[in-house]
Design a protein around this ligand. Structure first.
Ligand code: BEZ
Length: 221
């Protein structure tokens, strides 16, 4: 069954490009992000993992542990890393790539894409993104098909939004970027919002007369 938002993410022990990893112990009480990949030595994945390597300071600044997964063994991953670093100048792959040659983890996490098969007819893993909160519960999941590379700027934007919600009870509107106004979540009363947001909030007038659109400056700035 597919993982749902709020579920405790499955634990596993696996080999990786950095040696054995016990997933829950590895992520400790940090935010974490797990990216799955269809296979080693594939073109789109190679571009993604190079960009990810260069973006590691962004993930570190947000306190997010990064892991990738691909359904090959650890030795193949280590050899692929040399191609990834060569393809993206300046990239140094410092995050582990988990080995899942039997697809055991891919099945546990519901990452397999039945429409995309390897040359032997075996389903490949989709490009999944799992964001995991400090309590090891699923905060976000997105599945891209193997043929579409992910947009890491969007992934960082979503992480900022998730962390603001977790820390300050705000939501973020359409196309929000770090620094833009946030929105008070509907579950918070005006009284509670005034206590929580010392900078206050503005209520936008709408034809219904209802006061549900409440904007507040980004609380951590
Ligand atoms: C790729 O990473 O380029 C890829 C992998 C599987 C299917 C299609 C593309």
């Amino acid at each position: 069954m597919a993982l749902k938002l709020g579920d405790l993410v499955p634990d596993f022990t696996a080999e990786s490009s950095h040696g054995p990893i016990h997933f829950h112990a590895y992520i400790e009480k940090s935010w974490a992000i797990l990216f799955s990949h269809p296979a080693d030595f594939t073109p789109v994945c190679t571009t993604e993992l190079g960009s990810l390597a260069k973006l590691m300071p962004e993930f570190d600044n947000r306190g997010v542990r990064v892991l990738a997964l691909s359904c090959n063994d650890a030795e193949t991953h280590r050899s692929w890393v040399r191609d990834i670093e060569s393809f993206t100048p300046g990239a140094k792959v410092t995050y582990p790539i988990i080995a899942d040659p039997t697809r055991e983890i891919a099945i546990k996490y519901g990452m397999l894409d039945p429409a995309e098969k390897d040359r032997a007819g075996v389903p490949l893993t989709a490009r999944a993104v799992f964001v995991i909160g400090p309590c090891k519960t699923l905060k976000l999941s997105v599945l891209y098909p193997a043929t579409t590379g992910r947009n890491f700027a969007e992934i960082l934007r979503v992480l900022d939004s998730l962390q603001l919600t977790a820390n300050y009870s705000v939501a973020t509107p359409v196309d929000w970027k770090a620094g833009d106004k946030c929105m008070v979540v509907p579950s918070l009363s005006n009284e509670a919002a005034l206590e929580k947001f010392p900078k206050g909030f503005e209520t936008v007038a709408v034809p219904s007369g209802k006061s549900y659109i409440r904007l507040t400056p980004q609380p951590d700035l």
